[in-house]
Design a protein around this ligand. Structure first.
Ligand SMILES: NC(=O)c1ccc[n+]([C@@H]2O[C@H](COP(=O)([O-])OP(=O)(O)OC[C@H]3O[C@@H](n4cnc5c(N)ncnc54)[C@H](O)[C@@H]3O)[C@@H](O)[C@H]2O)c1
Ligand SMILES: [Zn+2]
Length: 362
């Protein structure tokens, strides 16, 4: 079993990674003394595949399962309040409650947020079941729900007590969902680890087909990178955690412009990373050759590298992005594969010029 320790001074915790780990989850949880009653949150699709498995794993542990809607609809205020009401009901019976989130990033985000606000904080456990949540969302304690005004607008930094990653869950994901996670894995390689970039290039077929040894390596490397970054910058006060946003300013603009319908987050991140690399080249950082290497890797993973967009709409959406400080942009730019830096003071003129040129390049 792989164990990654997140050494936070107040909230240290472990990430366990192993095939079939879920089988013994309740005895592992018992050992942590988090409470005597588990509120298990799981999305509809996860329960369709895994209800029996979950019930079997928790046979000897008092629990209640709450079904959440699939996707972003799990992150609404209605869903949050339903979880809180269930906890109140259970707590009345003099039980010491904690939350177990079994699902993708949406379940982890709403469950973590509920845990953070109920009586100013109860423990929670992350059991991520999508590739994206195994390598990213379940680690680091960012929790949130969406309001109609904006995504992730209500949230808190609140660390889980433990993260259990069982790659077996990935076998029931749709290929599209696997690729959502792969886009973020490519991001980790580009921002932090050039050897991992080469590993991805050499093993893309095995990764896409979820070969256990290859996918374990992907999860291990990415979870380690995320854990190290969170250790240094738990609440995103320094610029180090910002590098995780590589490609995301453009990606969020594309998603917003498509009203979160036409293009998925992973697809948008694929194009966003290319745009960030393109802009980096225009300000004299990375080479064209490096942009082409990233493009070729994304293509191997069947992620989009071409997209027709209206540059004015994207420019407007980028200007709304939270990383835009006082009329100037602050972006994560690429020096070379494996190395990025946060650059401020990027003018609106440069963004608008490069957006036009990039549209012609892709
Ligand atoms: N907290 C963070 O640091 C962080 C980081 C990145 C993303 N996020 C958030 O994560 C969310 C996206 O997460 P996601 O990509 O995991 O999507 P998701 O949670 O919406 O899951 C995608 C779909 O897959 C289903 N599913 C989950 N596991 C499955 C399995 N093993 N087999 C079959 N189906 C399964 C879900 O029910 C859902 O329908 C977004 O809301 C995003 O804001 C949070
Ligand atoms: Zn992302």
């Amino acid at each position: 079993m792989k164990v990654i320790k997140i050494n936070l001074s107040k909230n240290p915790y472990n990430i366990y990674i192993e095939q079939n780990l879920f089988k013994n989850i309740s005895s592992r949880i018992k050992g942590l003394n988090l409470g005597n009653f588990a509120i298990i949150l799981a999305s509809r699709s996860v329960l369709a595949f895994y209800r029996k498995k979950i019930e079997k794993s928790f046979t000897n542990f008092p629990h209640r399962i709450i079904v959440l809607p699939d996707g972003e609809r799990a992150k609404t205020k209605e869903s949050l309040f339903r979880i809180i009401q269930e906890i109140i009901k259970t707590n009345k019976l003099d039980r010491k409650v904690f939350i177990v989130c079994i699902g993708g990033g949406t379940v982890g985000d709403v469950g973590g947020f509920a845990a953070s606000i109920y009586k100013r904080g109860i423990p929670y456990v992350q059991v991520p079941t999508t590739l994206l949540s195994q390598i990213d969302a379940s680690i680091g304690g960012k929790t949130a729900i969406d309001l109609k005004e904006a995504k992730n607008i209500l949230g808190a930094f609140y660390q889980p007590k433990v993260v259990f990653i069982d790659p077996n869950f990935l076998n029931t994901l749709k290929k599209k969902q696997v690729k959502e996670g792969i886009a973020e894995a490519v991001k980790y390689a580009v921002i932090k680890n050039s050897a991992f970039f080469i590993f991805l290039l050499k093993n893309y077929r095995e990764i896409l087909s979820l070969k256990p040894s290859s996918i374990l390596k992907v999860i291990d490397v990415c979870a380690n990178i995320k854990a190290k970054i969170v250790e240094i910058d738990e609440v995103e006060k320094k610029s180090i955690r910002t590098i995780l946003n590589f490609g995301h300013t453009f990606a969020h603009a594309l998603e917003a412009a498509s009203k979160y319908k036409k293009i998925s987050h992973g697809e948008a991140v694929s194009l966003g990373m290319l745009y960030a690399a393109f802009l980096s080249n225009r300000v004299g950082l990375c080479s064209m050759n490096e942009i082409c290497q990233i493009r070729d890797l994304l293509k191997k993973f069947e992620l989009p590298v071409k997209y027709k967009y209206d540059f004015k709409t994207i420019y407007k959406a980028m200007s709304y992005d939270k990383k835009n400080v006082s009329g100037q942009f602050r972006l994560v730019l690429l020096e070379s594969i494996g190395k990025v830096k946060v650059v401020g003071g990027i003018s609106e003129g440069l963004i608008s010029k490069t957006l036009k040129e990039f549209g012609a390049f892709i």
